[in-house]
Write a protein that binds this ligand. Structure first.
Ligand SMILES: [Zn+2]
Length: 473
């Protein structure tokens, strides 16, 4: 089969159908009975299902929040999982984000990379195969979600109602292929306040605040201290601390209060080692001061549990997997007030192979005597498909037949849509040298990349769903 020629022949139709999809403002909106995540996402779903019917596929709408387009007959099912909702456009566009244009060799529009372009590429791969008329060994199903950018209610509703494919891919990330994603947990360490000791401390920690999100390294931290005597001594000691640690910070005296601030460096929560956690630096200074017992316990806990490493060893959560790497711990939010005590908001990511529940139970037990509890725990387990699995092999090979790139399939600390499939990988559609403009202004994709991705998907589906290569040994 001449994949390239088949795709080239339907290029105009592909671009025209894609433009129609890009024109729909499918940002999550007000929920109503007929449109659980808003009118825009629902219209984008209807649009795709209508294309499916036009082209002779069977389609299904699941609660106006997800749906599918299917080809072929038989027992086995192969899934492609894409989404047609988009994040809000934001400001600063050079074009109308919902009026797609081809500028130079690129299509510019909100959603072209994430994920309307790749979803349409996969749809056309399926459509070309369908038109070839060869019998399918796997029913091939394009599953369409409308809530990927927010709460994944779409896949939840869909897989509650519908069967899980034997295998599949999500064209919602990058080539060549992502076959493993760490488990992602967020939770809070919450301090229990105890009665204050009799002696009045010389220094009161009124408040500390650092960070706003679990999945970012805090770049700023501020603390407010009330100092009864020897203000200048504390300031001197802070200046010494900044010099010793080479931290970037400043202070301000205001009416008997001393305000300290630290400037760190932001980074994504999956790579805390790439950032500088401003809050943890500031706490290291506070630990040197003569604070009340609650503030002391707060600072002591941080130094004990977080400072110095990001692999979770101080929490008993460290683990290393050959391909997926190590546990990572990001303390994304730190908050202390005199009245409520301290909270540490943590984003902990972990590889396959660790007994997360057991380790969490042990940790809960362990921190009790330090006066802390764990609250608001949420997590998604790790997602992993063996690198030697035929699914991974065939998809990677299909990619290599169209691109001069021998990059190995890889694993990541983040989460992609593929993890909602039991046996699923992320497969495209960003190429090695593609500028990642997802969620940014002027989101764009080269026409050539759109066609190339379609060719790759066509070969992959041809080999898996028609030729049945996944079942050969
Ligand atoms: Zn996406």
């Amino acid at each position: 089969m001449d994949y390239k020629a088949l795709v080239e022949a339907c290029k105009d139709d592909l671009v025209a159908d894609l433009f129609g999809l890009l024109e729909i403002e499918s940002v999550k909106g007000e929920s109503s009975k007929d449109a659980p995540v808003g009118e825009g996402p629902k219209r984008a779903l209807d649009y795709m299902l209508e294309l499916g019917r036009r082209d002779g596929f069977s389609t299904l709408n699941v609660e106006n929040i997800a749906g599918h387009i299917e080809s072929g007959k038989g027992e086995k099912l192969f899934g492609i999982l894409g989404h047609v909702d988009v994040v809000p456009p934001g400001k600063g566009w050079d074009t109308d984000p919902f009026n797609p244009e081809i500028l130079g060799d690129e299509i510019v529009a909100r959603g072209i990379q994430d994920d309307k372009g790749p979803t349409m590429a996969a749809y056309y791969a399926m459509k070309i195969l369908h038109q070839q008329g060869a019998p399918f060994k796997y029913r091939t199903r394009l599953i369409i979600g409308t809530d990927e950018e927010s709460d994944w209610q779409c896949t939840e509703a869909y897989f509650n109602a519908e069967e899980m494919p034997q295998a599949g891919f999500a064209p919602d990330a990058a080539f060549p292929l992502i076959h493993g994603e760490k488990g992602i947990s967020t939770f809070n360490f919450v301090q229990k306040q105890t009665a204050l000791d009799e002696d009045e401390p010389k220094i009161e920690l009124k408040a500390l605040i650092s960070g706003e999100r679990y999945n970012m390294v805090p770049e700023d931290a501020e603390a407010k201290l009330k100092i009864q005597q020897n203000m200048s001594e504390v300031i001197q000691s802070y200046e010494d601390f900044l010099r010793e640690t080479k931290a970037e910070g400043s202070y301000e005296v205001d009416n008997g209060f001393l305000k300290l601030s630290i400037q760190g460096k932001s980074a994504h929560g999956s790579t805390p080692e790439a950032g500088v956690n401003a809050g943890l630096i500031l706490i290291q200074f506070l630990k040197r001061l003569d604070l009340d017992n609650n503030a002391k316990a707060f600072a002591g806990f941080a130094v004990d549990r977080f400072v110095g490493r990001t692999d979770g060893a101080q929490l008993g959560m460290d683990y290393s997997h050959d391909e997926m790497g190590e546990t990572s711990v990001n303390v994304g939010m730190i908050n202390y007030t005199e009245v409520d005590g301290g909270i540490f908001g943590v984003n902990l990511r972990y590889p396959e192979g660790i007994d997360f529940d057991a380790k969490m139970d042990a940790l809960k037990e362990d921190i009790t005597e330090q006066g802390f509890t764990i609250e608001d725990l949420e997590y998604q387990p790790p997602h992993y498909v063996d690198k030697e699995d035929p699914l991974v092999k065939i998809l990677t090979d299909a990619y290599r037949n169209h691109v001069d790139d021998r990059t190995e399939p890889f694993t990541i600390g983040g989460g992609t849509y593929a993890r909602t499939l039991e046996k699923g990988v992320a497969f495209g559609a960003m190429f090695k040298d593609t500028a990642d403009t997802m969620h940014q202004k002027n989101e764009r994709m080269k026409v050539e990349e759109l066609l190339k991705a379609t060719e790759i998907y066509l070969e992959a589906l041809h080999r898996i769903c028609i030729k049945g290569e996944m079942d050969e040994d």
